[in-house]
Design a protein around this ligand. Structure first.
Ligand SMILES: Cc1ncc(COP(=O)(O)O)c(C=O)c1O
Length: 371
């Protein structure tokens, strides 16, 4: 069994992928070719924003958003300690200070009740993460941000295709940043990412920063990077968009089926031996990861491996405990919900082509592994 099955998906879309790639090889515009513009148009329409800026990775999307908002040394950006490293890494890389706010232990997302206390005169932005494929309570976060006149950057690397109160992730804040890493809900055949905004000025800055800060050829009013999405990756993503709605539906159905099977086996209480993920009623979750909580995770992991079911831990160390962030001076115990999640979470195989039989096999293995 695969943790993520990209081969089945490729067999399904092979004619379209192959044709689109061949077309790029024929026209030869490997950098900023017509497929990039076509993809940006299509993704902006899908999310419902005025602008989409395709970039080289989710990490570059975060970096470009921070640079476009002119965030740097002396500034603070509020985020969560329970996320992939890149979220806080990019804040620190531009010279700003990541200020952590603990997560809600049920959704694993930023707890809006703890947010306002972290705002200081140095705060320049709030960067919540839509972890595992569902959004935090963005209306609550946007309202606090609005009171303090702060932009919100949604780290939507894991939530492309998800909805919050019926509206699409990536288009719910001042700027949304997503990733097209191959294992993401919409994945390229290599690295990729995108930014989404309705703000014309911010979009223009992102476009300039994506190409060395140039506003016209060899004229640079600001600094930037080589942050473009490859034309070949845009071609792949256009092919994948043809089936994306069906894949999102499948993800939602498969996630719900996992939860039903786990609840049947272990009960639905938050203290159950195995805790299934909680999706907030206002969310449709795309399950970039289907992540459960167990006791004694290392033993569980070893047993699952022996039973032939791959698992992965997203993420084993809360970011305030990472060696590089020791200088922030936040000792163990500062963010108890994030630390508890980091000790207990483990992700099960998840992709849109998982069969009911495979899911039953996984849940059977979970039952044996926790015994
Ligand atoms: C929450 C989060 N932020 C940022 C990133 C970075 O994206 P990429 O790997 O495309 O650079 C990821 C990717 O794993 C992620 O999960």
């Amino acid at each position: 069994m695969d943790f993520i099955d990209l081969k089945t998906q490729y067999r399904r879309i092979k004619p379209s992928v192959d044709t689109r790639i061949a077309r790029v090889l024929e026209h030869g515009q490997y950098v900023m070719g017509p497929e990039v513009t076509e993809l940006e148009r299509e993704l902006a329409k899908y999310i419902g924003t005025k602008h989409c800026i395709a970039v080289a990775s989710g990490t570059d999307a975060l970096l470009i958003a921070l640079l476009a908002l002119d965030i740097g040394p002396g500034d603070e950006v509020i985020t969560v300690p329970f996320t992939f490293f890149a979220t806080a890494e990019m804040i620190a890389l531009v010279g700003a200070r990541p200020v952590f706010v603990d997560i809600d232990p049920r959704s694993y997302n930023l707890d809006p009740a703890k947010l306002e206390a972290a705002v200081t005169p140095r705060t320049k932005a709030i960067m919540p993460v839509s972890l595992y494929g569902q959004c935090p309570d963005l209306d609550a976060i946007n309202a606090i941000a609005c009171r303090h006149e702060l932009p919100v950057i949604e780290d939507a690397a894991q939530s492309f295709g998800a909805t919050y109160k019926g509206r699409r992730s990536c288009g719910l804040t001042a700027i949304g940043a997503t990733s097209f890493f191959p294992s993401k809900p919409l994945g390229a055949y290599g690295d990729g990412g995108a930014l989404f905004t309705n703000d014309d000025h911010l979009a223009q800055l992102c476009r300039e920063i994506r190409v060395h800060g140039q506003d016209r050829r060899y004229h640079h009013p600001r600094l930037g990077l080589t942050g473009r999405l490859d034309t070949l990756q845009a071609a792949v993503l256009l092919a994948k968009m043809e089936i994306f709605d069906q894949e999102v539906e499948a993800r939602i159905r498969i996630g719900a089926r996992y939860t039903e099977l786990l609840h049947k086996t272990f009960g639905a209480s938050p203290d159950a031996k195995v805790r299934a993920p909680h999706v907030e009623p206002f969310n449709a979750c795309v399950y970039a990861q289907y992540t459960i909580e167990v006791e004694r995770r290392e033993i569980f992991e070893t047993r699952m491996k022996a039973l032939g079911v791959p698992t992965a831990v997203h993420y084993p160390i809360a970011l305030h405990m990472q060696p590089v962030f020791e200088n922030l001076g936040q000792a163990e115990g500062t963010f108890p919900a994030s630390e508890a999640a980091a000790r207990r979470v483990i992700s099960l195989p998840m992709h849109p082509y998982l069969t009911e039989e495979q899911q039953q096999k996984v849940v059977q293995a979970v039952a044996e592994a926790v015994a």
